[in-house]
Design a protein around this ligand. Structure first.
Ligand SMILES: [Ca+2]
Ligand SMILES: [Ca+2]
Length: 367
């Protein structure tokens, strides 16, 4: 057994002058909604969507499950689709208006989606209570009117207001943020939706702008994504990625303590609440627990090597983690790196090591 873990930090600093919006006071203190998932027939849900005065709504919805839903992870670059209507390509549905694949403006690759007075949706299937969604949006003008979200199946909803500021829904209360979206450039949005705590987080261009937001209504899992632009002005959409495991290589870490915002919010109730060096019930510090992809609420969740035969062993691999494997012939002269594994097992075939009468293996989380 070995519990050594590499230290790892990613620094994502807010821009100069950035002030955190006072969101927590706007979250209702009473629970207004049922815990049971609301499942309307899909046509009824769409009926409500049509009635919205939507300008640029980016929503993660809970709708009834579709047989053609894409499993997570799901990504869409629009680069391999045919130019022209996006409808029916790669599972996209055009609910109203115009939504076309075009090559004039794209965040990366050769193509992106253009929506004008239109609305598109994509069915998503995942039983996970954690969903990470990222995408890029290019807005060409401020909307004329602000939408009002009325769909009872909504989990996460936010939009660009008439003054170009972002408005997020915390429960069913729209809250305008002190964050303006620039026109005629790409803006990256990252959403973490947590159905275990009924909370969500929004980050813009890699910086947390709102957290501890209540879901619009109670739900147990994601069913679809909806993107809308009721304005005739062009809105481009690109680089969509949806996962139900933590994305590799990117974390938003507001307090720069090495533990991601989503993890601190989920297990400690706020994006800055976990103390990195405090020891949890599993004997590891919270930072080590996060880095190893472990559950701080489970005292038995540790990084454990299990020998399966001879010089072969395995461990429980956690999402988005790789593991550096080390070896030593004795415990006094230090370990020597062998290789990095993306799997959950390793068999040593090196005659120099396996020929020894004894030896010790060690794995470390590599990120
Ligand atoms: Ca693209
Ligand atoms: Ca942190």
């Amino acid at each position: 057994m070995d519990r050594l873990i590499n230290r790892y930090k990613v620094h994502l600093m807010p821009p100069p002058g950035y002030q955190r919006p006072p969101l927590t006071c706007l979250v209702p203190t009473s629970k207004l909604y049922s815990n049971s998932p609301i499942k309307f027939p899909i046509l009824a849900a769409f009926y409500y969507l049509y009635r919205m005065k939507v300008i640029c709504l980016l929503a993660v919805m809970t709708l009834s499950l579709s047989a053609s839903a894409s499993q997570l992870p799901f990504s869409e670059t629009f680069d391999t689709l045919s130019s022209g209507p996006v409808a029916t390509q790669n599972g996209w549905t055009n609910l109203s208006g115009s939504a076309t694949v075009q090559s004039s403006v794209s965040a990366s690759g050769s193509q992106a989606l253009l929506i004008q007075t239109g609305m598109v949706t994509h069915a998503i299937s995942s039983s996970s209570t954690s969903v990470w969604t990222s995408f890029q949006v290019f807005i060409t003008a401020a909307p004329d009117t602000a939408p009002v979200v009325t769909n009872a199946n909504t989990s996460v909803a936010f939009f660009v207001n008439t003054n170009l500021h972002l408005v997020v829904y915390s429960n069913q209360t729209p809250v305008q943020l002190d964050i303006a979206v620039q026109t005629n450039m790409w803006t990256r949005f990252d959403v973490f939706c947590d159905y275990s705590n009924m909370k969500w987080i929004l980050s813009v261009n890699g910086t947390n702008v709102a957290d501890n937001l209540g879901l619009y209504s109670a739900g147990s899992r994601i069913d679809s994504l909806l993107i809308a632009n009721e304005s005739p002005d062009s809105v481009y959409f690109d680089e969509l990625a949806m996962l139900d495991t933590e994305p590799a290589g990117t974390i938003v870490d507001s307090d720069n303590d090495g533990m991601a915002d989503w993890w601190e919010q989920r297990y400690f109730g706020g994006v800055t609440n976990a103390a990195p060096n405090q020891t949890g019930t599993n004997g590891l510090t919270y930072l080590q627990t996060y880095l190893a992809g472990l559950n701080p609420e489970n005292a038995n969740d540790v990084l454990l090597l299990t020998k399966t035969s001879g010089h072969k062993f395995n461990w429980t691999r956690r999402p988005a983690r790789q593991y550096d494997i080390y070896w030593t012939s004795n415990l006094t002269s230090g370990f020597t790196y062998i290789q990095t594994a993306s799997t959950n097992e390793f068999e040593d075939t090196d005659a120099g090591r396996t020929g020894k009468s004894s030896g010790f293996y060690q794995i470390r989380v590599h990120r």
